[in-house]
Design a protein around this ligand. Structure first.
Ligand SMILES: [Mg+2]
Length: 399
């Protein structure tokens, strides 16, 4: 039963040094008066407790409000706690429409950044309902629960702030969708792994510089991806197939990649990769990390040598978006509940098609076009954008 809006209520705020028994003590004191709890919130920061309880007033004949106040104050004094009691009516006012989660990743998180984020929220007519820390490692991640401002508007406003402040800010709309089972699809080169696989192959073919230059131009969006792929693969013609194993051994996962995949799998997410690189590497990554989906181009190998050609349908910019949709259909997850992560121009369609597109240490063109950008080199920070805390990740690892 909800509290009538004109029913008298009391807000009791307790602040002071935390120790066991404070919450039990306060509510034992209130229980004597038969009060109902309307709302309650408690936080502990560096050993200091803030406990707020919104309760009904004592029924006539049981006690007066004055007697209740005196009892709470004397209980608080006995424990050297500060107590503040405010009279009012009803429950909290309803939160405004347009609820969002704003996640800020700082390395470090400066006071100026928090001030700017808060000002941007207020400037859009929004209100900050709650703030809490998601992680202190490897970055400081803080989540703001915001209401009263349209999510899209807030996202645009904060994207500008983020680039000025040099922090990463993600704005996602609140609601069940955020908690729903999801699918995460990642790019591979320079996203899941630190390397560009074709450059590793090129290293063995002695054409590293030539290939790197074409890759960089393609990723900046200056070259058609398919043309650049054929041009680069052609440079590998004649390479011994044994190089595949050497390249697999050279691949370095991005810091946080294992944590990200392991945690998402525990949460029941499905995880996939789509790559403009090669199945010769992505299949092995799929196996190693226990991924659900993987798609990439395949280097043609004949008589133990790379032919300099790829076989099958090319995974290009449009192909990546198509594969995201296909994985989502296979996983039975609506597109709105998908997350895509990538760094290159060929990831843009996929990032835009997903419910949440995350540009990961991306080229400027990609960063500007994506919903959200992460510019710290740790892939597990994506978990914070989904509202998962570091504590939850670590607790799951211990279990
Ligand atoms: Mg990439």
């Amino acid at each position: 039963m909800s509290t009538p809006s004109d029913a008298p209520t009391l807000l009791i705020k307790i602040f002071g040094k935390d120790r066991p028994g404070i919450t039990a003590g306060l509510f034992d004191t209130l229980a004597v008066y038969g009060l109902d709890v309307v709302d309650i919130e408690q936080t502990v920061t560096r050993g200091r407790i803030t406990l707020c309880a919104l309760v009904t007033v004592p029924a006539p004949g049981i006690a007066t409000e004055g007697e209740l106040r005196a009892t709470v104050h004397s209980w608080a004094e006995s424990l050297k706690l500060q107590a503040e009691i405010l009279s009012g009516t009803g429950d909290n006012p309803p939160r405004g429409h347009g609820r969002s989660h704003v996640t800020v990743l700082g390395h470090p998180l400066t006071s100026g950044s928090v001030a700017a984020v808060a000002a941007a929220v207020t400037g859009r007519g929004g209100n900050i309902d709650r703030i809490f820390r998601l992680a202190k490692y490897p970055v400081t991640a803080v989540e703001f629960a915001v209401s009263g401002a349209p999510t899209e508007e807030l996202r645009t406003a904060l994207a500008t702030e983020a680039s000025v402040l040099g922090v990463d800010i993600a704005v996602v709309s609140a609601g069940l969708q955020r908690r729903a089972q999801r699918l995460i699809v990642m790019d591979v080169d320079s996203t899941l792994i630190q390397d560009e696989v074709i450059e590793l192959f090129a290293g063995h073919a002695g054409c590293e510089d030539e290939v790197a230059e074409v890759t960089a131009r393609a990723m900046r969006g200056e070259l058609d991806f398919e043309q650049s792929l054929h041009a680069r693969v052609a440079l590998l013609a004649g390479l011994d197939a044994s190089v595949v194993d050497k390249v697999r051994a050279q691949v370095r996962l991005t810091p946080g990649a294992r944590t990200l995949v392991r945690t998402l799998k525990r949460l029941g997410y499905q995880v996939g990769v789509v790559s403009g690189g090669f199945t010769q590497v992505t299949d092995e990554l799929k196996e190693r990390l226990g991924l659900d989906f993987a798609a990439a181009n395949t280097l043609e190998i004949t008589d133990g040598k790379l032919t300099g050609r790829v076989t099958g349908e090319i995974v290009d910019r449009a192909g990546k978006a198509r594969l995201l949709k296909s994985f989502a259909a296979q996983a039975g997850v609506p597109l709105a509940q998908t997350v895509a992560i990538g760094d290159g121009a060929n990831d843009l369609d996929m990032l835009n098609a997903a419910g949440l597109g995350v540009a990961f240490n991306a080229k400027p063109l990609v960063r500007e076009a994506a919903h959200t950008a992460v510019n710290v080199p740790f892939l597990d920070t994506v978990l914070y954008l989904l509202g998962i805390t570091r504590e939850e990740v670590e607790a799951a690892d211990i279990e």
